[in-house]
Each structure stands twice: as structure tokens, then as C-alpha cells.
Design a protein around this ligand. Sequence first.
Ligand code: HEC
Length: 219
Amino acid sequence: MTCPSSRVLGFLFLAGFVLAGLWGCGDSGVVESPAPVRSAAAWRPVADAERSDDAVIAQRNRADEARGAMFASLLGELMAAIEAGGHAEAISVCADRAPAIAEEIAAEHGVRIGRTSFRLRNPRNTVPDWAAAAVERRTEQPAEFIDDTTSDFATLTPIRLAPPCLACHGPTESLADGVAEALAARYPADKATGFAEGDLRGWFWVEVPAGGVLPPPTS
Ligand code: HEC
């Protein structure tokens, strides 16, 4: 039998932790050893001379594999959802599945991965610190970064608007039936309509830790 009191204690510990986090501990006099804070300043663009380093090549390959897998999975599920129920219905499938797919791919490939934009639909698709400057200048070129303290590596890859995207990201007159309503219900602060074909829509980002190994192929 499990011991209920340890569960209660665990809950109280967690609750205290959360509350401390919400209110901050500034005046409590409690001294804790803080988790190491990763400074955004440690990230910098990869230098030309480093681009052919073996470690960088291996990390780039892992980033490319993860991004390819995420792209294929997102597109596959999006197309299936559109076919099954139309664009408006696919909005809610996409809303639930896009973040879940990112988590699945991250776990499978041992990376952190996501999409972001200067005009977000999902406010949780925030810009990683290391990508802030590149996003700010709306870079249209793929970019690579390295963290000098950890040798973690990261890529930022532009995503452009293709014709099938207009039904959910285009100007009002291009949106498919019911999409405007579905967006208003699900994403009241949506900033991701009004794009034209070929426009920069956002980026895939991938962070690859240093020294990790890829899981063996599944086939
Ligand atoms: C069926 C409607 C639909 C279609 C078609 C669609 N999207 Fe989206 N898009 C969404 C939804 C819903 C989200 C928010 C999902 C999430 O990431 O949580 C989203 C989010 C995104 C994001 C993440 C940034 C953000 O704003 O949150 C990018 C980038 C993006 N879409 C690009 C595209 C591109 C490129 C295409 C065409 C290949 C496309 N989308 C087609 C509905 C759609």
C-alpha cells in the first residue's frame, strides 16, 4: 500500500514551490541555491570557420532530421484533418496537435523544437531568447547559433506561405468558410491572417544539446 501521508507531503511541497514561484521569495529570508540560469548572452551566431566542425555538422544533422520529421508530421495531420472535416474543423485539430507533435518530436529526437513568428497565432509559440534578434530583423535566411557555455547548437529556418496556407493565414477574402469564426473562438488575439503567398510566415527553431546521440533508427 502506498503511504498517503507522503503523497500529502509531496502535494504540500509542490504547492509551496508553486506559490513561492508566484510570489517570489525576496523578503522571506529563505536562502535557496538557485538552478543555474542560462544566459541568453552565451548564444551567438555560428562563425563561418566553425560550420564544418564535426560536432557542429552532427548537431546540424540532428536539427535537420527533427525539423523534417516535425514538418512531415504537421503537414500530414493538417491535410488529413482538412480532408476529414474542412478547414474550420482543422483549426481545432491543429490547435491541439501542433504543440503535441512538437513535444513528441522533441522527445524522440532528444532536441527542443517549435515554430515561432513575429505575428503569432498561438501565443505560446514564443521566440527563444537566442533567436530574438534574428526574429526582430525578420531574417529570411536560415541561421545557426551556438551557446558558448554549453556548446548547445540551434537553428532558425524560415517558413514561407504556400497557396494551401491562405485558407487559414491569408487575407479575409482568402479564408475558407468558417475559419474566421473558428479563429475568433480559439485564438481571440490571432495576428496570423493577412499573409500573401511567398510571405515570410515565421520559423522553425531547433535546439540540439551538445554531445547527445541520436536514438537508433526505428525501422
Ligand atoms: C486549417 C488551418 C490552417 C492551415 C491550412 C495552415 N495553418 Fe498554420 N496554423 C494554424 C493554427 C490553428 C495554428 C496554431 C497552432 C499551434 O501551433 O498551436 C497555426 C500556426 C502556424 C505557425 C506557428 C506560429 C504561430 O503563429 O503560432 C506557423 C509558422 C504556421 N502556422 C504556418 C503555416 C503554413 C506555412 C501553412 C501552409 C503550409 C499553414 N500554416 C497552414 C492553422 C492553419
